[in-house]
Design a protein around this ligand. Structure first.
Ligand SMILES: [Zn+2]
Length: 182
C-alpha cells in the first residue's frame, strides 16, 4: 500500500431531487445513471433537473444533507414557529431529520452481522486499502454510492467498524484500516 496524498476534490456534482420520493441526490455529470438509494428509482442523468452544481464530494454530501433537512422541516409544516418563544420545540421530529445529522452510535447488542450494509462497507474498505493506507472520512462517502450504501448509513457503519477495531482513527481526522471482518 502506498501513502497517497489526498488532493482537494474539485469534481463537479449535480444536486437534484428524486422524482419518485423527493429525496435529494448528487451525481457526477459524467455518470449516465444514478440510482436513488432511498426508493431505488434509476435516473437518467441527461434528464435530470439540476437544483444546484457544487464542487467536490464533501460539498455535495453537505448540500444534500442541508436540502434534505429543509425538506423535512417543510414537511412538518413550514417554519416550526407556531409555538410561543418560551416553549419552542421542533414538533415531532420526522425520522428523516433524525437520521441525517445524528452521529449514530451502534448499541451494544448490535453487531456487524445485523447491519445490511456491513458487507458492502467491508468491500468498500477493501477497495480503499488497495490505494490508501490512511484516508479521510470523505473518501468513504465518495465511494458509498458505488457500493450502494446510503449516505445516512455511513457514520453508523464507520462507528461500528471502529467499535470492532477494524478501523482506527489517527491524526487529523484520518482513518486507518486494521483488518476486515471474516
Ligand atoms: Zn427516490
Amino acid at each position: 500500500m502506498e501513502d497517497t496524498c489526498w488532493k482537494k476534490d474539485e469534481t463537479p456534482y449535480m444536486i437534484f431531487a428524486c422524482k419518485k420520493c423527493d429525496g435529494y441526490l448528487y451525481v457526477k455529470p459524467t455518470q449516465k445513471t444514478k440510482k436513488c438509494l432511498r426508493c431505488g428509482r434509476t435516473h437518467q442523468v441527461k434528464n435530470i433537473e439540476t437544483v444546484e452544481m457544487v464542487r467536490g464530494m464533501t460539498e455535495a454530501v453537505n448540500r444534500v444533507k442541508q436540502l434534505q433537512n429543509d425538506l423535512s422541516l417543510k414537511k412538518m409544516g413550514g417554519t416550526p414557529n407556531f409555538c410561543s418563544q418560551n416553549d419552542f420545540k421542533i414538533p415531532c421530529p420526522s425520522f428523516e431529520l433524525v437520521n441525517i445529522e445524528q452521529d449514530l452510535k451502534p448499541s451494544k447488542e448490535e453487531t456487524l452481522m445485523d447491519n445490511d450494509y456491513s458487507k458492502d462497507f467491508s468491500k468498500l474498505l477493501h477497495k480503499i486499502s488497495k490505494t490508501y493506507n490512511k484516508f479521510p472520512e470523505q473518501l468513504i462517502a465518495m465511494l458509498a454510492g458505488e457500493f450502494s450504501i446510503p449516505i445516512d448509513q455511513i457514520s453508523f457503519l464507520k462507528n461500528l467498524f471502529l467499535k470492532e477495531n477494524y478501523l482506527i482513527k489517527i491524526k487529523n481526522g484520518y482513518f486507518k484500516i486494521i483488518s476486515f471482518p471474516k
